[in-house]
Write a protein that binds this ligand. Structure first.
Ligand code: DAT
Ligand code: MG
Length: 153
């Protein structure tokens, strides 16, 4: 199975609500491996680059205002098909449509306060990881539990 890396952001609502640990714990418990982690506050320039695909949409201004309003936690997670694994764990963009058992379905109510970002494709992941992390900030490490999580690590 293809090993991938993906970018996760615990958005300002998640940090302010004290859910950073709970959100990362769900992804870790699923078997995804942390290879990068930091707390930061995004500026408008980083937000514009991160959300470039949404520029011009009606919700764009509010999205940038929200994502830059307070600190976030940025993480890089690695595993087989990590992009899809994070997306399915997150649930649908609109939390009221997100399935119970998902992060958004269990912990959020509104689109503009949906707690978490996860890259939507391996190409987006590569671009987004590079926006938030230098290569030297990513740690390649062997996890003792790997053979118990990944059939062919
Ligand atoms: P996702 O975060 O599930 O990848 P997205 O990339 O389509 O969703 O949008 C990025 C964020 O923008 C999303 O998490 C919340 C906000 N957003 C998207 N569509 C919206 C809409 N129609 N109204 C308000 N906010 C929206
Ligand atoms: Mg998206």
């Amino acid at each position: 199975m293809e090993v991938q890396r993906t970018l996760v952001l615990v958005k300002p609502d998640g940090v302010q609500r004290g859910l950073s640990g709970a959100i990362l714990a769900r992804l870790e418990a699923r078997g995804l491996k942390l290879v990068g982690l930091k707390l930061l506050q995004m500026d408008r320039e980083l937000a514009a680059r991160h959300y470039a695909e949404h520029q011009g949409k009606p919700f764009y201004k509010g999205l940038v205002k929200f994502i830059t309003s307070a600190p976030i936690v940025a993480a890089v997670l690695e595993g087989p098909r990590a992009v899809e694994a994070v997306r399915s764990a997150m649930g649908k963009t609109n939390p009221t449509e997100a399935a119970p058992g998902t992060i958004r379905g269990d912990l959020a109510l509104e689109m503009g306060r949906n707690l978490i970002h996860g890259s939507d494709s391996p190409e987006s992941a590569a671009r987004e990881v590079a926006l938030f992390f230098k290569a030297s900030e990513l740690v390649a490490w062997r996890r003792d539990a790997d053979p118990w999580i990944i059939e062919k690590p």
